[in-house]
Ligand binder design. Structure first.
Ligand code: KIV
Length: 287
């Protein structure tokens, strides 16, 4: 297989998801149009209103309230313990912090695996109580009844294939789709998600050639993370992207800032000022 980028035609810059002139909230129709134009676009996670407002003002068109909030925000070791209450509260905060981005809420582990009715109940909660514009769930063929019912009910669904972190206990964290059989299964899953009405598919930790092949074979956009340059969009977990995550970050992540060092320096400078008596100074003081 040879890697071919998803780019087809030059993007119409006024309509572009990133860098375009539009100010209204982005919808799944805008996402579909971007694939037709061949526009590549960015997605970031966010878990609170303030960070989300920064990304919204930076023009990030799609913000995912990922269940990565488990490891990146709530202090759990994995995404598995995240609850619907946590997802609903943080999704609502992200919606409040944004004006333009399409906000996608993640259905956490245990909130849709029982079947389509459970999925609909919980997705409805994210749409009504948090105000998200779409939901994401893991699995292709195994989550088809859920995807179909949500789409029928008018809830846009983003599928998540390849490495699905909610299955960490059976799957581990490793590149998926390396064997021919696994590659065929991924292609089948992606087509099944599209046929069930999903508006986009996340491909996590998948060989680049396979991700590019999936991208070419779908009319809905693929969003890669650790899936090479051939997908329609790219997503990163914001704390990895901005260098806030401590310890080892995955090889596919690029750090665009060193927030961990910057925040640590700020905290130490504040502590020094307080212990040395130079804060508060006169200009911070009321009389
Ligand atoms: O939860 C999350 O942040 C995700 C992305 C890695 C796609 O699922």
């Amino acid at each position: 297989m040879t890697l071919q980028p998803a780019q087809k035609t030059p993007a119409d810059s006024s309509k572009a998801l990133y860098g375009g002139k539009g100010t209204r909230r982005i919808t799944v129709h805008d996402i579909a149009a971007a694939k037709t134009r061949g526009e590549k676009w960015p997605m970031l996670t966010a878990y609170d209103a303030m960070t989300a407002s920064v990304f919204d003002e930076a023009g990030i068109p799609v913000i995912l309230v990922g269940d990565s909030m488990g490891n990146c925000h709530l202090g759990y070791e994995t995404t598995v313990p995240v609850t619907m209450d946590e997802m609903t509260i943080l999704s609502a905060a992200v919606v409040r912090g944004t004006k333009r981005a399409l906000v996608v809420g993640d259905l956490p582990f245990g909130s849709y695996q029982e079947g389509p009715v459970q999925a609909l109940r919980n997705a409805t909660r994210l749409v009504k109580d948090a105000g998200v514009g779409a939901i994401k769930l893991e699995g292709g063929e195994r989550s088809l009844p859920q995807t179909e019912l949500l789409v029928q009910a008018g809830i846009p669904v983003m599928s998540h294939l390849g490495l699905t972190p909610q299955s960490v206990n059976t799957m581990g964290y490793r590149v998926q789709g390396r064997s021919d059989e696994a590659a065929h299964k991924l292609l089948r899953d992606a087509k099944a998600a599209q046929d069930a009405g999903a508006f986009a598919v996340v491909l996590e930790l998948v060989p680049a050639e396979l991700a590019a092949e999936v991208t070419r074979s779908l009319h809905i956009p693929t969003i890669g993370i650790g899936a090479g340059a051939g997908t329609d969009a790219q997503v990163l977990v914001w704390t990895d992207m901005a260098g806030l995550t401590g310890g080892k970050v995955p090889r596919f992540t690029k750090q665009y800032a060193d927030l961990r060092a910057t925040l640590g320096d700020a905290a130490r400078a504040f502590a020094e000022d307080v212990s040395g008596g130079s804060f508060p100074a006169e200009e911070h003081t009321f009389h």
